[in-house]
Design a protein around this ligand. Sequence first.
Ligand code: ZN
Length: 352
Amino acid sequence: MIKKVLFSCISVLLLLFVSCGEIDYDKTMYFGYISPDQITFENGLIFIDYGNSQIVKFADFDSLITVPICPKPNCPHTDENECSALGINGTIFVYNNSLCWLANEMRYDDVGNLTDNTTLYMSNTDGTNRRQVAELEGYRVSGGAFVYDKKVYFCATDVEYESEMSADYALEYLYSYDFSEKKFAQIEFLAEGYNSGAYIRGSFGNALFMIYQGTPELGMRENYDEHRKYALYNLENNELDILDKNTVSASEDCLICFNDDGTVFVRRLNGEEICISSDRIIAQTANDYKIINDILISSFYGVAYDLKTGTEYNLNNSGVVIAYYNRKYILKNNSTGEIFAVGERELLTSTS
Ligand SMILES: [Zn+2]
């Protein structure tokens, strides 16, 4: 099993985050959906609050208090030169108790061509002691990061810019940065074309679950699905395994998939498959599902399905379920950034 890792994801689609480990529902924390720019750290969540000057905050699952990471007493958190919770952007993750982020910058090179650069920064988890660690020239990074062993894995895009305004052809890769050897490595070519993208959307055992795409010509939206691939990259043997197209996400060491008739099913790491017998949990909505505490949950559609008992529920609370912690579900109000905890009875009402 993958060691418990911390990672973050960015995606144009909904993203799923998982923590891995031996399943013990009494003790373990489970982290489900994490939208762009959020990472679990200790007993809480570090996230970029875009509604508030792009300030980095920590939501504590014990106290349920959300505060800027800045340690300065009486800081108004308004001046980027003074406040360590400001000026952090891009793909964030935690490595070795340090807050890290991969920040993109578009610039003109020496001969006047538009190009991307990504800088890896590191700081203490309160945003202080900030320093530049490494630079990846010619690539922009999005689509999430995943820390495993002494490396962080992420998707990097090489855009062939024609002009600032054009839709550009791009190449998508899986990359890593090795913190012990202090270098980037290109691991896999994933896709190329227009409308391209590559996203890490969770883990499944020892593998990263990724979605990537690229169309050979512009304006091929109708064939979009044909050019999208779903894959597992095994971090132990470095093999890339292309999955059936009907796999949409990975969560709590499960793959969420659907059949040709549109019914959703869950494939566990041990090979077990659980078919979801619900008219409301269908392929069209499957992108939004994550599994938290062995319950398939869609905060957006307000429905849930207990994988152990087959019971279907309505969700009672507004907010996105992000974790199961101390026998409570942690929910986040994405507009205020505040978190709150509710018990299972308060969260779920049976539909039968
Ligand atoms: Zn501050």
